[in-house]
Design a protein around this ligand. Structure first.
Ligand SMILES: [Zn+2]
Length: 65
């Protein structure tokens, strides 16, 4: 297979295209990230933490009353 004929994907973490590698020959369909590092860096949407701070504030307010 020519290098130019190899399939590529775009990593959702670093947004860079990466190319098929021999080690992925059997799992290419399941490969999403370009590297182990990006796989770990994927960001779950955890913005709800700010909401938790809000409810903690109102809870302490109720205690005062
Ligand atoms: Zn990446």
């Amino acid at each position: 297979m020519k290098p130019s004929a190899r399939p590529t994907k775009v990593c959702p973490v670093c947004r860079r295209p990466f190319q098929w590698r021999k080690k992925w020959a059997k799992v290419w369909d399941e490969v999403i990230y370009c590297s182990e590092r990006c796989r770990r860096n994927r960001k779950p949407r955890s913005l709800l933490l700010t909401k938790r701070a809000d409810s903690a504030h109102s809870a302490s307010h109720e205690k005062d009353v």
